[in-house]
Design a protein around this ligand. Structure first.
Ligand code: PLP
Length: 391
């Protein structure tokens, strides 16, 4: 497929899919192997073992040849029954889509809304659970990093609120835009199902998604009544025992996953998270220097994988993005739902260096000027000063 030709490399700075490192591309560029042959089992076992470290879990991780939406459905259908009440935090566009899916699956969501400028309201979760003395609520669903707003929910605090209410609901967490970018601990935070996707922090193309599963979730799966077949964990986990899959896996994406997970573990997860924190801070400094506003209004919920930036009243974020694409060959994320045309989103997750980030911010600064969006010069310089002073 030929893309429109512009000199130099395209800057893919949407908050996923992200830049795929050359080592991952090379790994996928190998002959597809027999997925029932002896080599495949070894590959499968190695990937499954390494993946657990990325989710920070001792338990199983299920890999689907599907986008993240499939893993959302798997999380719900494996653990819940028609008519079950679920507490869902509507922190943004993606949380709203998950909730719409829950309704279509005949679950009964109870909502906790936010103004899309912060993470999940932990006090409201605690209060709703404390009120539910009959334990009708079977699961609490939270999007860890809301990709539409750049707000990260505090899953450790959600867990603490659930424990304080002594409520037995399952905790289901979407980490599609946080896993392998922002510190996330499936076991330590007592998460029952973690949902993830390949195309963001894992530095792969789209096409794989994941469920990390707790012992409590496995138990719930034994009595859950929602219809499930393709998404059923049981045949998957049985086949995974020897590194195989119950149906044809995404073989070449798995070669890439093997390489990507090794790269993350070689860098060290702690260093990966610190790199993302540092790039996010540099980005926010640039935004403030421009005199623009970050969508996330609570510093405790700032996202380290993306920054959504509000454009001044009367200006169009989509026009700005179009100018930047046309003049500087860079893609930025658009505003979604109620934020359409009000924000642009800078992805700084995945495989990113200081120079790529400075190029990104330089392109935005030139774009602000070209599109006539009121701002002060010096955002890219503010980021340079921060990065150079915090090597
Ligand atoms: N959840 C979050 C937080 C996302 O960012 C996305 C996609 O960007 C999804 C869910 C949906 O995933 P997919 O588009 O891979 O189906």
């Amino acid at each position: 497929y030929e893309t429109s030709r512009a000199p130099g490399r395209h800057f893919l700075q949407i908050p996923g899919p992200t830049n795929v490192p050359d080592r991952v591309l090379r790994a996928m560029d190998n002959p597809t192997m027999d997925h029932r042959g002896p080599d495949f089992g070894r590959l499968g076992l190695e990937i499954l073992a390494n993946l657990r470290r990325v989710f920070q879990t001792e338990g199983p991780v299920v890999i689907y040849p599907a986008s993240g939406t499939g893993a959302w459905e798997a999380a719900l259908t494996n653990t819940l029954s028609p008519g079950d009440a679920v507490l869902m935090c509507r922190t943004g566009w993606f949380a709203s889509l998950w909730q719409e899916m829950a309704v279509r699956l005949q679950l009964v969501p109870q909502f906790i809304d936010t103004d899309w400028r912060r993470g999940a309201d932990v006090d409201a979760i605690g209060a709703a659970l404390a009120k539910d003395t009959a334990h009708r609520i079977k699961a609490v669903c939270v999007v860890h990093n809301e990709t539409s707003t750049g707000c990260t929910s505090r899953i450790d605090e959600v867990r603490a609120a659930m424990d304080a209410a002594r409520h037995p609901a399952l905790l289901l967490v979407d980490t599609i835009s946080s896993l392998a970018s922002i510190d996330y601990r499936h076991d330590a935070w007592g998460v029952d199902v973690t949902v993830a996707g390949s195309q963001k922090g894992l530095m792969l193309p789209p096409g794989l998604s994941f469920n990390a599963v707790s012992a409590k979730a496995l138990k719930a799966a034994e009595s859950a009544k929602l219809p499930r077949s393709y998404w059923d964990w049981r045949p998957m986990l049985a086949a995974n025992e020897t590194g195989y899959f119950p149906y044809t896996p995404g073989t070449n994406l798995l070669y890439g996953l093997d390489a990507a997970v090794k790269m993350l573990l070689e860098e060290g997860l702690v260093n990966v998270f610190a790199r993302h924190d540092r790039h996010a801070e540099a980005t926010r400094r640039a935004v403030r220097a421009w005199g623009l506003e970050v969508q996330c209004a609570d510093p405790r919920h700032y996202s380290s994988s993306l920054t959504a930036v509000r454009v001044p009243e009367g200006h169009s974020a989509d026009r700005l993005r179009a100018v930047i694409l046309e003049k500087y060959n860079m893609s930025l994320g658009n505003g979604l739902g109620q934020l359409k045309d009000r924000v642009f989103r800078i992805g700084h997750l995945g495989d990113l260096s200081d120079l790529q980030l400075i190029g990104t911010l330089g392109g935005i600064e030139m774009g602000l000027r070209a599109a006539g969006v009121p701002h002060r010069a010096g955002g890219a310089q503010a980021a340079i000063d921060y990065l150079a002073g915090n090597a």
